[in-house]
Write a protein that binds this ligand. Structure first.
Ligand code: C5J
Length: 228
């Protein structure tokens, strides 16, 4: 049985099901000036540092022909999928649906809603457009995972304590074996990232595991040799 060196203990790679890389919300809205993150008063540069690591993980999964799932937080142009509780929260200088420098904030199809160019999905990769923080809420993600026989999920993306953590908790409750890649996730608040990592893996891995990208890649590459 192959394992990833992880915390709180080794993470076993699946012998029957499949493992997928989940890249949460690496979209311009959160990583660039003029988007939703910026409108809420955050320093978007905090999130840029993980781009090379996520790209390396993405390239590793692509080289192995393993499934990749990208998510995008987005709403319909008429905001019919955006509850008032979300729309009216935050009190930033722009609200969801307002016109910003990259188009309407957090609206599907607008420039700011695109995944950053370095991580643009390939045609065969799964893209989940989600109106909530969690990727299972009002999407067909669970159906896709079942259909593809995906049982193990490795999480990257932004922001650690909001959409990444919410999705990992949703996945854990649905029975998926979840691991958060520590250097593949970022927050506008570094201390929130640290706390999230600690709370997810506490109590013997109550929500799942954490590991760094080097350990993940080191464990996966021999799989490529086995496949070849
Ligand atoms: C937020 C996200 N922070 N992707 N979204 O609103 O974490």
């Amino acid at each position: 049985m192959s394992t990833i060196a992880a915390n709180p203990y080794e993470y076993e790679l699946p012998s029957e099901g499949k493992i997928a890389l989940v890249i949460i919300d690496m979209q311009r809205d959160f990583l660039e000036h003029g988007g939703f993150g910026d409108a809420l008063g955050n320093d978007v540069m905090q999130l840029q540092s993980i781009v090379p690591t996520v790209k390396k993980l993405l390239e590793t999964f692509r080289s192995l022909n393993f499934p990749v799932i990208h998510t995008i937080e987005a709403h319909a142009p008429d905001l019919s999928d955006c509850p008032p509780s979300k729309l009216n929260r935050g009190r930033g200088n722009l609200k969801i649906g307002d016109q910003g420098s990259m188009g309407r904030i957090l609206i599907v199809g607008e420039d700011g809603n695109n995944i950053i160019p370095e991580l643009t999905p390939l045609a065969n990769e799964i893209v989940i457009v989600k109106p909530g923080k969690g990727a299972f809420c009002r999407t067909n993600l669970e159906e896709i995972l079942q259909k593809e026989n995906i049982t193990h999920l490795l999480f990257t993306g932004v922001t650690t304590e909001v959409c990444v953590q919410t999705t990992m908790r949703e996945a854990n409750d649905r029975g998926y074996e979840c691991l958060l890649i520590e250097d593949g996730t970022a927050s506008y608040f570094p201390e929130f990232k640290t706390s999230t990592i600690e709370m997810l893996r506490a109590q013997g891995g109550i929500i799942g595991w954490t590991a760094n990208s080097e350990a993940v890649i080191a464990a996966l590459l021999p799989q490529a040799m086995a496949i070849a």
